[in-house]
Design a protein around this ligand. Structure first.
Ligand SMILES: NC(=O)c1ccc[n+]([C@@H]2O[C@H](COP(=O)([O-])OP(=O)(O)OC[C@H]3O[C@@H](n4cnc5c(N)ncnc54)[C@H](OP(=O)(O)O)[C@@H]3O)[C@@H](O)[C@H]2O)c1
Length: 264
């Protein structure tokens, strides 16, 4: 019997996450739609597959270590493996830049994908794909001076990157962020960090044959993107799904939009 590929999507209850689940299901994968609230996860999965034959749901809050380890255990015991992980969950806080909003944004958009990936990598195998749903707002032009050089260094390590992200949050707190070269948008900084994390993880996981890429879905009409965005979720999710099916070490560690490389 043909075995379905297993795909996990974070923040799958609405917007780009939900549409990504739909498109992966249409490709014949078994999709595990995750959301931080059980009722939302169940409702969204029910919209895609009432029978549970091709879509399951699970609770996963990417900021909660216990939730992540519980989910990783569920994957190991119930499914045994993951072929695709889409780190889609994200937030954009529309408020004045302050330490609390910077911390929350970096925690969800940068540390969330890092925690989830670290917890799920043991269930992956050669040929598994990880997709980081990032944004063109995280392109490195949002940083300046010496800081930009540090962030974009091809030899940047996981530890150095984590320290830089923590430094951003502290610098917002003591009002030194702008002087150091950080963007005034926490969202941009979190996605720039996510992009560099993609590079770091792609190198770490290359020996195991696991592919890691970041994508910009475009400006998409969702709760986050707002009603004026030019793209619908069907179009935006195509960029994500492209990276979820791409294979081979020549396509790992990149930043893509619509299947084409874009600058970091
Ligand atoms: N829309 C755009 O124009 C655009 C452009 C570039 C990149 N992106 C990126 O695309 C991704 C999806 O965005 P979207 O536009 O679809 O936004 P959205 O409609 O606001 O959906 C965001 C999703 O993330 C979930 N989420 C937030 N915090 C979470 C947490 N701690 N744990 C688990 N799930 C969490 C939300 O869950 P709740 O429903 O519980 O809040 C929701 O399911 C994000 O990473 C975003 O940065 C979007």
């Amino acid at each position: 019997m043909e075995q379905h590929q297993i795909a996990v999507v974070t923040g799958g209850n609405k917007g780009l996450g939900l549409e990504t689940c739909r498109q992966l299901r249409d490709l014949g994968m078994h999709v595990i739609l995750t959301a931080r609230e059980p009722a939302k996860a169940k409702k969204a999965a029910g919209m895609l597959d009432g029978t549970g034959a091709s879509v399951s749901w699970a609770v996963l809050d990417v900021t909660d270590a216990a939730s992540i380890s519980g989910f990783a255990g569920q994957i190991k015991n119930t499914w045994g493996r993951i072929d695709v992980l889409v780190n889609n969950a994200g937030i954009a806080i529309n408020s004045r830049l302050d330490e609390a909003s910077a911390r929350a944004t970096v925690d969800t958009n940068f540390f969330g994908p890092l925690r989830v990936t670290d917890a799920l990598v043991p269930s992956m195998h050669s040929g598994s794909r990880i997709v980081m749903v990032s944004s063109a707002m995280g392109q490195l032009s949002c940083l300046s001076g010496e800081l930009r050089k540090q962030v974009e260094s091809p030899t940047l390590t996981r530890e150095q990157l984590i320290n830089l992200m923590q430094d951003f949050v502290r610098s917002v707190g003591d009002n030194t962020a702008a002087r150091k070269g950080w963007s005034s948008s926490s969202y941009s900084v979190s996605k720039a960090g996510l992009n560099m994390l993609t590079r770091v993880l792609s190198k770490e996981l290359a020996p195991r044959g696991i592919v890691v890429n970041a994508v910009h879905p475009g400006w998409v009409r969702t709760d986050m993107g707002g009603p004026s965005a030019p793209l619908d979720t069907t179009t935006g999710a195509r960029s994500i799904v492209w990276a979820a099916v791409v294979s081979g070490q020549d396509t790992t560690g990149g930043f893509f939009h619509d299947g084409k490389t874009i600058p970091w």
